[in-house]
Design a protein around this ligand. Structure first.
Ligand SMILES: NC(=O)c1ccc[n+]([C@@H]2O[C@H](COP(=O)([O-])OP(=O)(O)OC[C@H]3O[C@@H](n4cnc5c(N)ncnc54)[C@H](OP(=O)(O)O)[C@@H]3O)[C@@H](O)[C@H]2O)c1
Length: 303
C-alpha cells in the first residue's frame, strides 16, 4: 500500500452525501480524509474521476478511493459504470457502491436467512423456493439477485404486475437461473406468492406491513424462515419483532427482524469499506458484501 494519505471521495446522487457512510469511515480510519460531492450526475463523473486519478499519480491512486451512494440506485449504477470506464491501468481507484445501503443491507439480510437455515440443518439456498415480497425497491432488487445467484428458485412480487415484470426482465437478462414475478397487492395475493416458499423476505417500505399472521398461518405452510428489513412500525411481518434473531414466529417458522439484519449490515459495511481501503483497486459491491456476510455467518455457526 502506498504511503500517501488515504482519501475517500464520496459521489452521491442526493443533495448531500449521507453522513452514515462518512461517519463509519471516520471511526474505521480516523486518519483518512473524506471529500464529498452531492447531486452528482453520470455526466459529471468522468471529469471527477480523471481529476482524482492524475494529481497523485499511480502510487497515489492506490490511496484514493471512491464511494458511490445516494437514494437513486439506478443513477448510482450509471455513476459506477462511468467511473469504472474513466479509469485505466495504472490509474485505478478502489470503488465501493452502496446506494441507500442497499448492497450491504441485502448482503446481511440474505446471510441472516442462510444462518437460520444452516442452524436448523435445512441446507443452503440451492433448490429452495424463496419469495421476496415488495422486491422492486433498492434492497429487494439486490436481495433477489443474491438469492438468484445462490441457486434458489426465486419469486419476486410488486403491487403492480408491470413493475414485477420489469424487475424479472432485468434479473433474468444475464442469469440462467430464472426468476418469476407475481402481483401481490392483496393479502390473498401475498398468500399465493408465499405458499410454496421455504424462505420469505419482506423487503417493503418503512412502516408497511406486508404479511399478517393470518396470511402466514393460512398460506405459509412450507415456510421455514421469514425475514423483514423494515424497522419502522408497523413492521413488515406481524408477530416478528425488529430484534428477532432466529425466533419462532409460528411453530417451525423462524424469523429475523430488521434490527437483527441491521446489526450485521453495519458489520458488513465496515468490512467492505476496510477491504476497499486496503486494496489498491477493485469494485466492492453486493458480491463482496455477501461473501463477507457469509464468512461471518459460517464463523458464527462454527463457534
Ligand atoms: N435493516 C436495515 O439495516 C435497513 C437498511 C436500509 C433499508 N432498510 C429498510 O429496507 C426496506 C426496503 O428498503 P428500500 O429502500 O428498498 O424500500 P422502498 O424502495 O421504500 O420500498 C420497497 C418496495 O415496497 C413497496 N411498497 C411501498 N409502499 C407500499 C405499501 N404501502 N404497501 C405495500 N408495498 C409497498 C414498493 O413496491 P411496489 O410499488 O412495486 O409494490 C417498493 O418498491 C425499507 O423498509 C427500509 O427502511 C433497512
Amino acid at each position: 500500500m502506498s504511503s500517501a494519505k488515504r482519501v475517500m471521495i464520496f459521489l452521491d446522487t442526493d443533495k448531500h452525501a449521507s453522513p452514515f457512510d462518512i461517519l463509519l469511515l471516520a471511526d474505521l480510519f480516523p486518519d483518512a480524509q473524506s471529500v464529498y460531492y452531492g447531486n452528482v450526475d453520470p455526466e459529471d463523473v468522468q471529469k471527477l474521476v480523471q481529476d482524482s486519478i492524475f494529481p497523485r499519480g499511480p502510487e497515489g491512486c492506490k490511496s484514493t478511493k471512491l464511494f458511490i451512494g445516494g437514494s437513486d440506485v439506478d443513477k448510482a449504477d450509471r455513476i459506477a459504470e462511468v467511473a469504472l470506464k474513466s479509469m485505466f491501468p495504472p490509474f485505478e481507484l478502489a470503488t465501493v457502491i452502496d446506494p441507500s445501503g442497499s448492497h450491504t443491507t441485502s448482503s446481511a439480510a440474505v446471510a441472516k436467512t442462510l444462518q437460520v437455515l444452516l442452524k436448523q440443518n435445512l441446507g443452503d439456498f440451492k433448490g429452495k423456493n424463496v419469495t421476496v415480497l415488495a422486491a422492486t425497491g433498492p434492497v429487494g432488487q439486490i436481495t433477489s439477485a443474491i438469492y438468484q445467484s445462490e441457486g434458489a428458485n426465486v419469486t419476486i412480487t410488486s403491487r403492480r404486475k408491470e413493475r414485477a415484470d420489469s424487475l424479472v426482465e432485468r434479473l433474468n437478462r444475464d442469469s440462467p437461473n430464472k426468476v418469476v414475478g407475481l402481483q401481490a397487492a392483496t393479502p390473498e395475493e401475498v398468500g399465493i406468492a408465499i405458499r410454496d416458499a421455504d424462505v420469505v423476505m419482506a423487503a417493503g417500505s418503512a412502516g408497511v406491513q406486508l404479511v399478517s399472521l393470518d396470511v402466514l398461518k393460512r398460506y405459509g405452510t412450507k415456510c421455514k424462515v421469514i425475514a423483514d428489513v423494515n424497522a419502522v412500525p408497523p413492521l413488515g411481518v406481524e408477530n416478528l419483532s425488529a430484534q428477532g434473531d432466529g425466533v419462532e414466529v409460528l411453530p417451525g417458522v423462524y424469523g429475523i427482524g430488521a434490527l437483527a439484519v441491521g446489526a450485521l449490515k453495519n458489520k458488513v459495511e465496515a468490512k467492505v469499506i476496510t477491504a476497499a481501503m486496503e486494496s489498491p483497486k477493485g469494485l466492492f459491491n453486493y458480491k463482496t458484501g455477501y461473501q463477507l456476510a457469509k464468512e461471518y455467518v459460517y464463523k458464527k455457526l462454527a463457534k
